[in-house]
Design a protein around this ligand. Structure first.
Ligand code: BGC
Ligand code: ZN
Length: 363
């Protein structure tokens, strides 16, 4: 059986062939249909992140997957032939969140993540998983279901954000409708946040460093959001026009950006950090200004990572809404679909106009 592997912390990605997996008594055998590639995969491929399973040299890459059940135990609620989307994190089994299906809030840090940290991912022809980590998806979502995992991360972020904002008398508009939102970054998470905020009726500005005629910029405009080229427009001037943003979603992973954007946050505003910075970086900030504004304006900044099965189920619901409202755009979001045999193209470095790469393992 083929699988795409890395050998952390060495850079480089390659294909290996090894034995067929043999499912344990409570495991389902899954045939891989599609695997999405994101910034985390590229980081692991560069040797900057990730860890192989204990005692093994290789890590199978891939954590955004859509599969089809080939074999299931007799007592499994998920049956042969069903489509499934696997969650990423496997809990520590020690802390309360992990014991209650919320390993995305693990306290001990002893969790593992498939395709990222200590467990093989999904870029192989087949893999195994127990039922609790598989979220079935209806066949109507077949074309876009590979987006479940990255969307679930955004679903969790916005869910947390709304929970925190329950502190406000937002009741008459107790949701995202008409909220003035700034999304920084047009990677998978930034764009999916743009889709979701637009579906929920928010006013959205999505900022990146792309020209206005770039593929991503045009996609953003077609969602009824506004594209902003950070090389040309000062977001703070815009924030002033907006009278301060209600919501800022940071999805660039560049650690200075949240500090630059904070003055754009409005009264009672909230900023959610999704991007994970890599390299060390120091900047000079006006700490007094930041702290004063945060206190005097009741502002919140919070980080969020990963997602659990409940977010996957909601992501399926949101994918249905997105498909209904933006059928062309969500399909265009998956800009490149290619056979797993072409994996070197995907990991080979910068290419123009890639929005989302998906490796196809089976039809
Ligand atoms: C994945 C998350 C994971 C995070 C940190 C992201 O790319 O989508 O599920 O928790 O990386 O490893
Ligand atoms: Zn835990």
């Amino acid at each position: 059986m083929h699988r795409i592997v890395v050998e952390p912390p060495k850079p480089g990605v390659r294909l290996i062939e090894d034995d067929e997996p043999i499912p344990g008594p409570d495991e389902l055998l899954i045939e891989t249909l599609e695997v999405g590639i994101d910034g985390t995969d590229l980081e692991i491929a560069r040797g900057e992140y990730g860890a192989a399973p204990k005692g093994e040299p290789f890590l199978t890459l891939g954590h955004e997957a859509l599969g089809r059940v080939l074999e299931a135990p007799d007592d499994s609620a998920i049956r042969r032939g069903e489509l499934v989307t696997p969650t990423v994190r496997r809990g520590c089994d020690l802390c309360l969140p992990c014991k209650s299906g919320q390993s995305d809030f693990c306290f001990t840090g002893l969790y593992r993540e498939r395709g990222i940290n200590g467990l093989h991912g999904f870029n192989s022809e087949r893999w195994m998983e127990t039922e609790e980590y598989l979220v079935p998806v209806e066949s109507g979502l077949r074309e876009v279901a590979v987006l479940t995992e990255p969307l679930s991360v955004v679903v969790k972020a916005l869910d947390q954000l709304l929970k925190i904002q329950e502190r406000l008398p937002w009741k008459e508009t107790g949701d995202l409708a008409e909220k003035k939102s700034l999304v920084a970054g047009s990677g998978s998470l930034g764009l999916l946040a743009t889709f979701l905020l637009r579906v929920e009726g928010a006013e959205v500005l999505t900022m990146d460093r792309q020209a206005d005629d770039a593929v991503k910029s045009q996609l953003i405009e077609r969602l009824g959001a506004h594209h902003l080229n950070a090389r040309e427009v000062d977001p703070l001037t815009l924030a002033r026009d907006f009278d301060g943003f209600d919501i800022i979603v940071e999805a660039t992973g560049a650690p200075q950006i949240p500090f630059h954007l904070l003055p754009g946050l409005g009264d009672n505003g909230i900023m959610v950090l999704l991007g994970v910075p890599g390299k060390k970086m120091s900047i000079e900030v006006d700490a007094a200004l930041i702290v004063r504004e945060m206190v005097l304006s009741n502002q919140v900044v919070f980080g969020t990572v990963n997602s659990n099965a409940s977010h996957f189920r909601r992501a399926h619901g949101d994918l249905t809404k997105i498909l209904a409202r933006y059928p062309t755009e969500i399909r265009q979001f998956i800009s490149h679909r290619q056979s797993w045999r072409e994996f070197e193209v995907v990991f080979g470095g910068q290419r123009k106009d890639v929005i989302k790469d998906v490796l196809v393992w089976a039809e």
